[in-house]
Design a protein around this ligand. Structure first.
Ligand SMILES: Cc1cc2nc3c(=O)[nH]c(=O)nc-3n(C[C@H](O)[C@H](O)[C@H](O)COP(=O)(O)OP(=O)(O)OC[C@H]3O[C@@H](n4cnc5c(N)ncnc54)[C@H](O)[C@@H]3O)c2cc1C
Length: 379
């Protein structure tokens, strides 16, 4: 589908594909098996500008568009879905709300370090009792003089262990529930702020997923991000963009599963012929590729709408729903095509299946995506 892309987008895509193939591909399997955070790759990705693709150069970004960002996340995730979400959680969930809702002072203070990848960012929204229902958040932020005092625990936070800058959603007026939520910027090293439990996970094992714990954590009054009590809206706007990052991650996993199935089915012989000759497998591959292209077009459309300043909430939900379910579908079919070998750690396809599953869950489950889409239809 390269004919839909501008010359600049094609060049970016090729550059990231080369980087991912040469530098991420050779270590991805080992890093994920051992749960190693890809520090050197993250540093190099930062040098290439991948942590601030869609933000203006005046804030340290690469000054490109959101479609370019989508293309980059897909290319990285083709080789390593963990690295894909490290970049997308950082960019979509931390850089984006600071860029979109931050004061000029906050943007100047935080964005250059974040866009260069020198400082990693995260978003603390989810809590033990508040997942799909962000309105159930219990973390509080109380104003005392010129300080906000935060108390509470965030859960399942991507980049939690590495992040130096966290966007945190907390209750400023508890009686108003979702309408009493506000967003804050909290830096690592602030007294009263620590990283808690590290989750052991089914997939994306090169990422950290941790608790963030706030115990009488004092931050400056000026670290309120956006308007007071607008934290719910900030979260929703942030998640719209984040969902496209996850859709792009899912596309990368689906593409990797398809490519591996094609290679393997041409090499593996049974009944004196390559298994690619069997129509049962050809049809699986045809379905995989068709689903992938449909998901790609939905993700591209929503990204283009974002670039054009149009409302794209429903389109982002459709893209994430389709791309994430396509990633699981393609990984599952690819594993079937690999037969018993696909079930072993000798091949990457079992990792694709494990990595694909999370794309159906985080930044809004498939059920929540269907709620968003149907709400738009039914009014
Ligand atoms: C690896 C990983 C990384 C994550 N990274 C981050 C992060 O960086 N920052 C962050 O803030 N959060 C993060 N999360 C949290 C993630 O976004 C939530 O797990 C997700 O939104 C679902 O919330 P939950 O797990 O509490 O599930 P629940 O909300 O408890 O859902 C359980 C089930 O009920 C269904 N359900 C819930 N409500 C409805 C409804 N109204 N209608 C129909 N079905 C419904 C869900 O679809 C799901 O099937 C991460 C999670 C994981 C596992």
């Amino acid at each position: 589908m390269d004919y839909l892309l501008t010359e600049e987008q094609k060049m970016l895509k090729e550059m990231v594909a080369k980087f991912a193939q040469e530098e991420i591909g050779p270590v991805a399997r080992e890093y994920q098996a051992k749960g190693i955070y890809p520090e050197k790759i993250v540093k190099k990705a930062g040098e290439l500008g991948l942590f601030g693709i869609a933000y203006p150069p005046e804030y340290g970004g690469a000054g490109m568009d959101f479609v370019s960002y989508m293309l980059a996340i897909e290319q990285v995730s083709r080789f390593c879905a963990s690295t894909g979400v490290i970049i997308s959680a950082h960019s979509s969930l931390c850089v984006d709300p600071i860029f979109r809702f931050g004061s000029e002072e906050q943007k100047k203070k935080y964005l250059p370090g974040l866009c260069s990848g020198q400082r990693i960012g995260c978003l603390g929204l989810t809590e033990p009792g508040a997942g799909s229902d962000a309105g159930a958040i219990k973390t509080t932020a109380k104003l005392h003089g010129d300080k906000w005092i935060l108390n509470g625990t965030k859960q399942f936070i991507t980049n939690g262990a590495q992040a130096e800058v966290a966007v945190v959603i907390a209750l400023t007026e508890p009686e108003k529930k979702a309408k009493g939520l506000s967003a804050f910027i909290v830096e690592s090293g602030t007294p009263g702020f620590k990283v808690g439990k590290h989750e052991e996970k089914l997939g994306i094992n090169s990422t950290s997923t941790t608790e963030l714990i706030f115990e009488d954590c004092e931050i400056p009054k000026d670290n309120l991000l956006g308007e007071l009590n607008k934290g719910f809206k900030i979260s929703l706007v942030t998640l719209d963009g984040g969902r496209l990052g996850i859709a792009a991650q899912a596309l990368g996993i689906a593409k990797a599963a398809i490519e591996d199935a094609v290679v393997y089915s041409k090499e593996r012989e049974q009944f004196d012929q390559p298994i690619a000759r069997f129509q049962a497998l050809q049809w699986m591959m045809a379905d995989m590729f068709t689903e992938y292209e449909a998901a790609w077009l939905l993700t591209y459309r929503a990204s283009l709408m974002k670039d054009r300043g149009l409302r794209y909430t429903t389109e982002a939900a459709m893209a994430k729903l389709k791309a994430s379910e396509t990633a699981s579908f393609c990984a599952n079919k690819s594993l079937q095509i690999h037969g018993g070998y696909g079930y072993t750690k000798e091949f990457d396809v079992e990792r694709y299946l494990r990595d694909a599953k999370i794309t159906e869950i985080y930044e809004g489950t498939s059920e929540i995506m269907r709620l968003v889409i149907s709400a738009n239809m039914l009014g």
